[in-house]
Design a protein around this ligand. Structure first.
Ligand code: N01
Length: 541
């Protein structure tokens, strides 16, 4: 049964208040409790799961294989049974409920508690956090684990509120579901969410129209059903897989091939790309040649292979030109690809239409549908798969007030600055996990939750052990961190793709690398180096 209580009132001042009950926050709650901290967690949702509580749109499914999309704690993976290689949202919810039960987490969580404001009392050195419908909570430290997709982005389209049918952003989809059978469905956006909704709608809708601004250069998922026997067989491999995750660029159990696409023979290149393709999942993205995200020629090889595979699945050459253009729209892999199952085939169906927004922009929404240069098309359901104010949106959405009363929204109006991706000058005793300029969107979520979680828990342990009650990042350390991130970013092909990775999807947002793109092992090493030097870059007292 769902946890619907606004439970567990907190009267004492806590050591640590955690915000967010996704992978990152739950890991910290468990680890800090184990170490004897007085800790509590709050979340806006009515249950654990983070993004997997909100993501219940048709077809929502994780695109990391289940073996590593789970915690590495043996008491968890030895027992939980996965039903698919890439679990759907229902199974992810089951997993989170299982974790909650096994680790007895909910007794330290308040649900339905959306944080609005937080103020810091310099004299007492503690935060007071205010939530709608809850008593304020006081804590010496706050750790905000808001995820990179905490703030849905809904573009301003003229007439949107007039629409009389169902219109929902994918991350705010009705929890009770919405039957698309026999309906006229519009999907705006072709990111991971849009691709998944389109795939499902195409199966049952009377008519599906997918509105595409930029093609998603998606790769085959190759999902598989898993039996109890499959689960038994995979378990002995898991400890080594978790270990590999900690040492791989993106926190996966595989890494880039230490060879350049530009230096191997054409035969070897082709055979390698084919082998990666056949494995399914993100092998083709994160297990490809080491130079392809830095060298445009190498990237061409990867794109061309992808393009030819995809075009072979699309019957109408004009539609193929839109979905898989002959010339790459941006470097392949520099904008997050998603995993697809039958996405390209749906455009061969009579009930599916692709609208290229470059040719026919949306002019407005009416009571009945969507208007383009072709006139009005009527719909029953409009899915806004338009993404998020990514990575920094969670923090800028909450009024944390610094010493001068300024919020993140104000301080970061001309760009995000952090130290080690966990703290910002002006916001003492506030830390964040899976946040801006940390590996976050560049790292497998559970791996980041544990690796960065350990670093944060050690940091809090250090403060406690040394009797320190205040920590604040310095401006100088932030500038060094920013330079480290931007120098790497500039060397890569990532800036050439307009993506949420650099805030290019949000009108007016400063463009910069919002994640730490230098890889998880570098991140861990940098953090440990700072720790070994007495947490260099922070003022502790
Ligand atoms: O969001 P997105 P998402 N008019 O930002 C388009 C993770 N995730 O929710 O590309 C028309 O990727 C926009 O167009 P363009 C995953 O990390 C994972 O799909 O900017 N269109 C784009 O096509 C993912 O990367 C899973 O030109 C507009 C789309 O909307 C991240 O979350 C599932 C528009 C937004 O795509 C975000 O994915 C879901 C406008 N005004 C998400 N504004 C899995 O694990 C934007 N668009 C499977």
């Amino acid at each position: 049964m769902d946890n619907i209580t606004t439970n567990n009132s907190v009267n004492d001042t806590l050591d640590v208040l955690i915000i967010g009950a996704g992978f990152t926050g739950l890991y910290q709650l468990h680890a800090l409790r184990e170490r004897g901290f007085k800790v509590h967690l709050v979340d806006a949702a009515k249950d654990v799961g983070g993004i997997w509580h909100w993501n219940c749109y048709p077809g929502a499914r994780v695109d990391t294989h289940c073996q590593i999309y789970q915690y590495s704690m043996p008491e968890l993976w030895q027992e939980f049974e996965w039903r698919e290689r890439f679990p759907n949202w229902e199974q992810m919810r089951e997993y989170f409920k299982f974790v909650d039960r096994k680790l007895d987490l909910s007794r330290s969580i308040s649900f339905g508690a959306r944080v609005r404001t937080a103020t810091f009392d310099e004299d007492k050195r503690e935060w007071t956090v205010y939530m709608l419908g809850h008593q304020p909570i006081r804590a010496r430290y706050v750790v905000a684990n808001l995820g990179f997709a905490a703030k849905p982005y809904i573009p301003k389209i003229e007439g949107m509120d007039r629409f009389k049918g169902e219109i929902h952003h994918t991350a705010l989809w009705p929890q009770g579901g919405l039957d698309m059978t026999g309906k006229r469905v519009a999907v705006i956006g072709t990111g991971a969410s849009g691709v998944q909704v389109s795939q499902e709608a195409a199966l049952v809708a009377k008519q599906l129209t997918t509105f595409q601004r930029t093609p998603n250069l998606a790769i085959p998922m190759h999902n598989q059903q898993y039996s109890a026997e499959d689960n038994r067989a995979m378990r002995p491999e898991l400890p080594a897989a978790f270990e590999r995750c900690r040492n791989a660029y993106a926190g996966f159990d595989f890494d880039f091939i230490p060879k350049n696409a530009t230096e191997v023979s054409a035969e070897e290149r082709q055979a390698t790309l084919q082998a990666l393709w056949d494995k399914g999942g993100f092998y083709y993205w994160l297990g490809n040649f080491q130079d392809y995200l830095f060298d445009d020629k190498a990237n061409d090889y990867v794109y061309d292979f992808w393009r030819d595979k995809v075009r072979a699945r699309i019957k109408d050459p004009q539609v193929a030109d839109k979905l898989a253009p002959m010339k790459k729209p941006h470097p392949w892999g520099a904008k997050r690809p998603c995993l697809e199952q039958w996405y390209y085939e749906i455009f061969n169906q009579d009930n599916v239409t692709l609208v290229d927004l470059g040719e026919k922009p949306i002019l407005g929404i009416t009571e009945k549908g969507i208007v383009t240069a072709d006139g009005e098309t009527e719909f029953d359901i409009i899915a806004l798969a338009t993404g998020f104010d990514g990575v920094s949106g969670g923090l800028t959405n909450i009024d944390f007030r610094d010493g001068q009363g300024r919020t993140f929204k104000e301080k970061w109006s001309s760009g995000v600055r952090t130290h080690l991706g966990v703290s910002a000058a002006g916001f003492p005793n506030l830390l964040f996990g899976y946040g801006p300029q940390s590996p976050a969107g560049f790292c497998n979520g559970p791996t980041s939750a544990e690796v960065q979680g350990e670093l944060l828990v050690d940091l809090l342990g250090h403060l406690r052990d040394k009797g320190i009650t205040r920590i604040e990042a310095t401006e100088a350390a932030q500038e060094d961190w920013f330079k480290l991130v931007e120098d790497f970013w500039a060397m890569s092909l990532f800036p050439k793709a307009k993506s949420w990775y650099q805030g290019a999807n949000i009108p007016g947002k400063t463009q910069q690398s919002l994640n730490f793109p230098n890889g998880l092992p570098t991140y861990t090493a940098k953090f440990k180096e700072a720790a070994a030097n007495g947490y260099a870059g922070f003022v502790l007292n």
